[in-house]
Design a protein around this ligand. Structure first.
Ligand code: NAD
Ligand code: ZN
Length: 342
């Protein structure tokens, strides 16, 4: 089968011909119909976050059709439409049993620790497959598995309450999903901060007030819009110390800052003035949980979360097209979400 693979850090992905994966008794083989390209893939290619082995097939936003089932798989059959939860975990430890499998000692992520979906086929444990209703396209199903799921999880971590004001720093694939899902979850005013005018235009379509932080100071603007108080929740979905600080400075007393963007840079904190004095909270949001996907898929199926508005570009399973997309993500010039259609 064809797979577009990462073979060495800092270098472009390459198209390889590799065997179709063999499945064990509890696994399924899925014919990939759509695979989203996430900014995290660019972090892996750049060496900011390291895949477990090389060469590896990237791709953790995957949807497709069940092609083959292992001997012990009873709940799925050939031809079923599925989207794939990207965390493969033991299912038996404390964290798996309590529904937080991202902290399982043995957790592995599709496209980072296991071969992912930038390929014609992928093998996964059957319990990683979630049923994709007929009214959700494969492209939308794929994007739900990271952009949508990350956004949903981080808003749950933020304990978003009805009427809360929200600032979203970064209106890319995850950020645009945050804007839509915060609306569905009853948020009050939502403010989108980005440096890309096209992303801000899309954010306005989803009902957000937009701020171009290349042109104005977003913290002052957010304070002006909220009559001096600041927002209840700020979500940072970029991964830059400067925007992490802006998010912190944008929240009102008792505000919650959720860090979603990946960065290993050190951020200095004046704990007295920036945190304690306002009883602000900084919350990390890591991946999402399998048990959150049913609610998310329902929102998409009912049309409350317009995932098609996040899928803004489609490409083929072509190394050049995928590398160009990763280059665009690195330069902050990417479409909201690019999806590979093998
Ligand atoms: P993206 O590239 O689609 O979106 C990032 C957005 O930030 C872009 O619209 C870009 O224009 C904007 N931006 C860049 N620099 C900016 C600046 N200085 N000020 C304002 N806006 C700026 O990326 P994505 O796929 O949405 O992912 C966003 C981040 O979230 C990445 O770091 C990714 O690795 C991370 N991520 C984390 C998790 C998690 O579980 N924590 C899951 C998925 C993605
Ligand atoms: Zn992702």
């Amino acid at each position: 089968m064809k797979a577009v693979r990462f073979t060495s850090t800092g270098n472009p992905l390459v198209l390889q011909e590799i065997p179709v994966p063999r499945i064990s008794e509890n696994e399924i083989l899925v014919r990939v119909k759509a695979a989203g390209v996430c900014h995290s893939d660019e972090h892996y290619r750049a060496g900011i976050s390291k895949p477990e082995f090389l060469p590896i097939t990237f791709g953790h936003e995957v949807a497709g059709i069940v092609e083959q089932t292992g001997r012990e798989v009873t709940q799925l059959k050939q031809g079923d439409r599925v989207a794939l939860h990207y965390l493969v975990s033991c299912g038996m430890c404390f964290y798996c049993m309590s529904g937080h499998e991202q902290f399982c000692d043995k957790v592995k992520m599709l496209g980072k620790n296991l071969n992912g979906g930038f390929a014609e086929y992928i093998a996964v444990p059957s319990r990683n497959a979630v049923n994709l209703p007929g009214n959700i396209s494969f492209e939308e199903g794929a994007v739900l598995m990271c952009a949508g799921a990350t956004a949903y999880h981080c808003l749950l971590k933020a304990k978003l309450e009805k009427g809360n004001t929200v600032a979203v720093f970064g209106a890319g694939g995850v950020g645009q999903s945050v804007i839509q899902l915060a609306t569905v979850m009853g948020a009050g005013q939502i403010i989108a901060v980005d440096i890309n005018e096209e992303k801000l235009r899309i954010a306005r379509q989803f009902g957000a007030v937009s701020i171009n932080s290349k042109k104005v100071n977003p913290v002052i603007q957010i304070k002006n819009i909220t009559k001096g108080r600041g927002v209840d929740v700020a979500v940072e979905v970029i991964g830059i110390p400067q925007t992490q600080k802006q998010a912190l400075h944008s929240v009102a007393p008792l505000g919650r800052v959720v860090i979603v963007g990946l960065s290993d840079a050190v951020v200095q904190l004046d704990t007295y003035h920036e945190l304690l004095q306002r009883e602000a909270q900084i919350i990390g949001s890591n991946d999402h949980c399998l048990n959150e996907l049913a609610g998310l898929i329902q929102l998409a199926s009912e049309g409350k979360f317009n995932v098609s508005g996040i899928v803004s570009r489609k490409i083929s399973l072509d190394a050049d097209e995928i590398n160009n997309t990763l280059d665009d993500l690195a330069r902050h010039q990417a479409a909201v979400r690019t999806v590979i259609i093998p």
